[in-house]
Every structure is written in C-alpha cells, then in structure tokens.
Design a binder for this molecule. Structure first.
Ligand code: LMR
Length: 390
C-alpha cells in the first residue's frame, strides 16, 4: 500500500485503533520526498526496518531519537521505525510518533505504530525487544520468567512468521538472557546467531569504574568482557581487561579492590540505581543498546572485543550449549559476530562463570514449556534479580 504524509494527518483525527486505511491500524507517517535534496540522498543505503517493542517506555524514549538521528546506524542509513506498544500505551505511542515527526530527522523515512507484533515485525531487519513487565510485589524470579517468557515466546513466533530471515534480534527486557533463548526457540526460521541479550550496559559500567579507579579516560579501557547472565551472577572480567594497552591488573595493582569492590559493584549497580531513581536505568540502557548495535555494524578495533550474550553452541570456553551467555565477541561490521578465543580463564573466573552458567541452565529448565520442550521444572531460584525490582 502506498503511504503518504496525509495518512498521518487523517489518522490523527481518528480515535486510536479505528483507522482502517493505515497498515498497522493506527497511523502512518511518511515524509514527502518530492522536494528533497537529491544529491544528499544519492549515496544513502537502502532503507532498513527497525522494530522496537516497549516503544512508549522510558528506554525507547531515549533510544528512538538516537536511531532516527543516524547516530546508531550511520549518517547514510535511512530507517523506518516500527513501534510496538500495548493497548494501554497505544495513545502514548501516537505522542512518541508526533515527537519523532517534530524532530525533522532526514534519515527517518517512516514511522508505523501498532499493538500487533505480527504486523509491526513484518519484514523487520532489526527487532529491539525492550518491552517487558516489571516484577510486582511478592513475585519470585520464576514468576517473572514465566510471565515475561510468555511475551517473548509470542514475539518469537511473530518474528519467525513475518520478519526477514536475516533479522537481528536484541533482547533487553529482563530476564534478558532467558527471554532471548525463549524467543530464539520460537523462531526456528531465524539463525540462532542472530539473537543477542544486552550486556553492553554492564560492560560500560565496568569500563567506567576501571577508568575512574585508574584515573584515565574511558577510551583507554578496552577488552572488557562480561561473562554470563545479566543478573548479579554476571562476571565482569578484570583478568583479561586492558588499560592503555597494559594489563588492567598491572595498572590497578589492587587485587582486593578488583575482587571485593569492583566486581560486586558492577553486579549490583542496576539495583542500586533503581533504589536511587525509583525506577530502572533508562538513558544509560538506551546508550548501551546503541553501543551494542554499533558494535555489530562497524568493524571491531584490532585486538579489542565487546560483550554481548549469544548462543553458546560451539563456544570455545566449554560453556554448556543451548544457553544465551555473555561472552567476548568481535564483528567485521556486517551485523554478524564471532566469539573471541583464547582468553585466560583463571580459577577465580572459572568458579564464577560456572555459577552464572548454572543459573542460566536453571532458568532454561524453568521455561522449557515455553521452548516446546517437555519435562522442565522450576524450583525456587536463588534471587539474583535486582533488589529494587521487588
Ligand atoms: C539494569 O541493569 O539497570 C537493568 O537491567 C535493571 C532492570 O531490571 O531494569
């Protein structure tokens, strides 16, 4: 269907959800290209479709404007944003689209909003799955897995049926590693290696604290790996990290600080932030999603790597297969990645990595029924979610 700017104007005066002319049942915004600077757009790449769930939430409110400005996918990459909300957030989503329109971003070619994943994910090149229910009072970790897992099973099916087969999926909604696993299991048409769970926020947090301790600029901190789950069992790896090209442990000659202060500070930083803010991180999460995407669409610096949680199948560290586990990765910039081999795993790291692995295997057992596997069971899991979520 041809879409014109007029569709948006017309639909704006129509009660939300009642517009029949627009493909997603709500409204469509598309710029009129007839007066455009043709020279400027001549070298642009073909447009890509980016689907975002939880699009009316706080994280998206920071992220969408970065994407639309070209900061994430590059200054020659036009984008179509496809925003998924819920019935409750439908009208707020119209507000988000209005703000995007008011920013006059040349690279933003189209905004569609909707509440049906099967429509919103159609032909998506990227799916950023941010929306998830927060944990309510009295809920166990297993309850949250069950509740959010159901959402990610449905979204996986929708991606399987309507997204491009090459669609890259970045799961942010918690518990993100296992949500990504559920999503993957329900989307067999997509390569398992196209799924990521976000641990770049943890990597950024670790880099910041190491830089502050060493008294250097952030950019001099490199080779930081987050191993495992995005929970308090995650392992921020100071053993293989570097500062100004030197071993981090040579620059910060304080093993006690690295083990007993730095490590738990990174593991629990999200929870501390929730206590202070009264809500979970939004701006820094959005920045880290942008960083995680940029890490995949630009070549990784020689000798460096980044952290992202990916399928463990065939991993070189002996981590159990069939988990979504954060590991050191590199990219040649085409959206794919490879796991970096040969990091030194000493006893201190091994013991902690094992604990995160066991936690993820337990989570997988809990949600087996959402992955089409029978026989799973969900014992009361140790509470490693962030304290502020209670
Ligand atoms: C964080 O690490 O800040 C968030 O993942 C916390 C949360 O659960 O919202």
């Amino acid at each position: 269907m041809e879409k014109k700017r007029g569709d948006w104007q017309k639909a704006r005066n129509t009660p939300a959800g009642k517009e029949t002319n627009a493909p997603l049942g709500v409204f469509v915004l598309e710029y009129d290209a007839s007066n455009e600077d043709v020279e400027k757009t001549r070298n642009w790449k073909p447009i890509i479709k980016i689907a975002v769930s939880g699009a009316a939430g706080m994280i998206s409110n920071h992220l969408l404007f970065k994407i639309a400005s070209g900061e994430v996918f590059g200054p020659d990459q036009p984008v179509a944003l496809r925003l998924l909300g819920s019935e409750r957030s439908q009208v707020a989503l119209e507000g988000v689209a209005m703000e995007l329109e008011d920013c006059l971003f040349p690279l933003l070619r189209e905004v569609d909003i909707g509440i049906d994943a099967r429509k919103v994910f159609e032909d998506a090149d990227w799916a950023l799955l941010i929306g998830a229910k927060p944990r309510g009072p009295g809920m166990e970790r297993g309850d949250l897995l069950e509740m959010n897992g159901g959402i990610f099973a449905e979204q996986g099916k929708a991606l399987n049926d309507v997204a491009k087969k090459t669609c890259k999926v970045m799961v942010v909604g918690n518990p993100c590693n296992t949500n990504a696993l559920i999503c993957m299991a329900n989307a067999p048409n997509l390569d398992k290696r196209n799924f990521h769970a976000l641990t770049r926020l943890d990597e950024n947090r670790a880099k910041c604290q190491l830089a502050l301790k060493a008294g250097v600029f952030y950019e001099t901190v490199s080779n930081v790996t987050i191993w495992g789950n995005h929970s308090t069992t995650q392992v921020p790896d100071f053993v293989n990290a570097k500062i100004g090209g030197e071993r981090c442990t040579d620059v910060i000659d304080d093993q006690a600080w690295l083990e007993n202060d730095f490590t738990p500070a990174i593991q629990t930083r999200g929870g501390l932030l929730i206590k202070k803010w009264g809500r979970s991180s939004a701006a820094s999460t959005a920045v880290s999603i942008a960083d995680a995407i940029k890490a995949l669409v630009t070549p990784t610096k020689e000798g460096d790597w980044f952290s992202t949680a990916v399928i463990t199948d065939g991993n070189p560290y002996g981590i159990e297969e069939g988990l979504v586990f954060s590991m050191p990765c590199r990219s040649n910039g085409d959206g794919s990645y490879e796991i970096v081999e040969g990091l030194k795993i000493n006893d201190w790291l091994r013991e902690r990595i094992k604990k995160s692995e066991e936690e993820l295997a337990g989570e997988r057992n809990c949600v087996a029924h959402l992955m089409g596997v029978s026989g799973g069971a969900c014992p009361i899991l140790e509470d490693t979610l962030l304290p502020g979520e209670m």
